[in-house]
Design a protein around this ligand. Structure first.
Ligand SMILES: CC(C)(COP(=O)(O)OP(=O)(O)OC[C@H]1O[C@@H](n2cnc3c(N)ncnc32)[C@H](O)[C@@H]1OP(=O)(O)O)[C@@H](O)C(=O)NCCC(=O)NCCS
Length: 157
């Protein structure tokens, strides 16, 4: 519960939400998602994790690996999706890169996944920069009202 205000601040920030959903949530909506577990993990490790800045003991976002779902909504075996969300005031300090590196190692070494994917809306240049720095390769670009890059990382490539 101590993280709720920081979580809601992020969900209400149009800059954070610009390329993830596209609209700022209301406080009521954000609180409801926080309280009702919008990010229910499939298990306690393949999930988004609260990202805590140790020096401030503060929630500054959420990062992690969650299941890679197929078109039928079922998790694909041995695969995971990497995602990162950092609060606006903490951008540009290397935290998404650091979290990405940690979760890639966690995915390959601990969870033993064989492939990690990421989906990034076209125009989200900082996110594209980070994911490329992490070694991901572009698989294809999905065009539509909002266009998305689909990227992948395989171990030892
Ligand atoms: C994308 C996001 C996670 C990056 O977090 P961050 O902690 O600021 O990332 P880092 O500090 O590790 O790295 C940012 C990199 O982007 C670069 N960058 C910043 N603005 C940029 C731009 N307009 N174009 C290209 N690169 C840019 C920075 O220079 C930095 O690269 P460098 O370390 O090589 O100099 C953060 O902006 C965020 O949470 N955005 C809102 C949510 C979101 O879009 N999440 C991603 C969903 S796919």
């Amino acid at each position: 519960m101590a993280d709720m205000d920081a979580y809601c601040d992020m969900e209400q920030d149009p800059d954070v939400r610009k390329f993830v959903g596209g609209y700022a949530r209301s406080r009521e909506d954000a609180e409801s998602r926080f309280l009702n577990g919008a990010f229910q993990p499939v298990n306690d490790r393949l999930a988004m994790w609260a990202t805590i800045l140790k020096s401030e003991n503060k929630y500054i976002g959420r990062c992690g690996l969650y299941p890679h779902f197929n078109v039928d909504g079922n998790p694909i075996k041995d695969e995971a999706t990497l995602a990162f969300y950092i609060a606006r005031g903490y951008w540009g300090r290397g935290f998404a890169t650091e979290a990405g590196q940690a979760f890639i190692r966690f995915g390959f070494d601990v969870l033993k996944v064989k492939r990690i994917v990421a989906t990034i809306q076209v125009g989200n240049d900082p996110s594209v920069h980070v994911i490329k720095k992490l070694g991901f390769m572009l698989c294809h670009t999905e065009s539509g009202p909002r266009s998305f890059y689909h990227l992948e990382l395989k171990e030892n490539i």
